[in-house]
Ligand binder design. Structure first.
Ligand SMILES: Nc1ncnc2c1ncn2[C@@H]1O[C@H](COP(=O)(O)OP(=O)(O)OP(=O)(O)O)[C@@H](O)[C@H]1O
Ligand SMILES: [Mg+2]
Length: 258
């Protein structure tokens, strides 16, 4: 099993959008893809066409002992989705306590995706969170989302000092630059600077593409809504880069163990 966590010290940079679209792009390699929403905003489900009235999810299961597989939903896309659920403040508190002080999260996510061809993508809340701390037990690959603005530049020291993600995760950490709009000089300059500073750790870039919010509003996958869109090509490149890296790292692991 491989676990990919989409994270960022910043909010609103496109984590949920990237989680959903990367899941769809990775599925094309014939993998068994699951997506889990670890953010109480419960927004990932909107990318998979779940009705707003749909309430079930993992957060309300935290204290019931029920396994998370029972909350797994098959979506039209073929991706198995674990929504966070619509929750009360008390439920969110209990969920955070449970994942911080037990193996609830790692045990359940391992059980869901325990096959060699299984891949699990997790959408995390912005900034530090109980979920961010709990997922490290899965030794995930982190995709850190930034955008070409000065607020993203300002969090680079926090990212590089090992304050946001644990130092042990450094070899599993990649960056994605989203909302690229090269019509603006500032965005061009920041993109160029980030390319140099992040080097090979920059997994790829995604253009600002209005087809993305439009596809979401139309409740259609981007591939159907706008087959020629720039963002779709970007997601395919990202998925290829990620999949190549996962295969190489699994090969290296089996080489070491064998
Ligand atoms: N590449 C893009 N092009 C155009 N719009 C985008 C792109 N990526 C994201 N958006 C839009 O930006 C907004 C924020 O995206 P999203 O909700 O995915 O961010 P987020 O990082 O998950 O936010 P939060 O921190 O609140 O969880 C949404 O309206 C989304 O449609
Ligand atoms: Mg989000």
């Amino acid at each position: 099993m491989s676990c990919i966590c989409v994270v960022s010290p910043k909010g609103g940079v496109g984590k949920t959008t990237l989680t959903a679209n990367l899941a769809l792009a990775i599925q094309q390699f014939g993998l068994k893809v699951s997506a889990v929403d670890l953010d109480s905003q419960n927004a990932l489900r909107l990318h998979f066409g779940l009705p707003l009235a749909q309430r079930g999810g993992i957060a309300s299961l935290a204290t019931t002992g029920a396994d998370w597989k029972s909350a797994l939903l098959e979506t039209d896309s073929g991706i198995a989705l674990l929504p966070f659920g619509t929750t009360s403040r008390a439920e969110r508190q209990r969920f955070n306590d449970a994942i911080l002080h037990s193996d609830l999260l790692s045990r359940n996510l391992k059980a869901i995706a325990d096959a060699p061809d299984a891949i699990l993508l997790a959408d995390l809340p912005p900034g530090d969170s109980a979920a961010l701390q709990a997922v490290e037990a899965l030794s995930p690959v982190y995709c850190v989302v930034l955008m070409p603005d000065s607020a993203s530049l300002s969090v680079l020291p926090e990212l590089e000092s090992g304050d946001f993600l644990p130092p042990a995760a450094e070899s599993r950490r990649f960056f994605i630059l989203n909302l690229m709009d090269l019509r603006h000089h500032l965005a061009q300059d920041i993109t160029q600077y980030l390319r140099q500073r992040l080097g090979p750790r920059l997994l790829g870039t995604v253009h600002r593409d209005e087809a993305l919010p439009e596809a979401l509003a139309a409740q259609q996958p981007l591939r159907l809504y706008s087959p020629g869109s720039a963002a779709l090509v970007d997601f395919e490149h990202l998925a290829q880069n990620l999949y190549r890296w996962l295969l190489a790292s699994q090969g290296a692991e089996s080489g070491t163990s064998g």
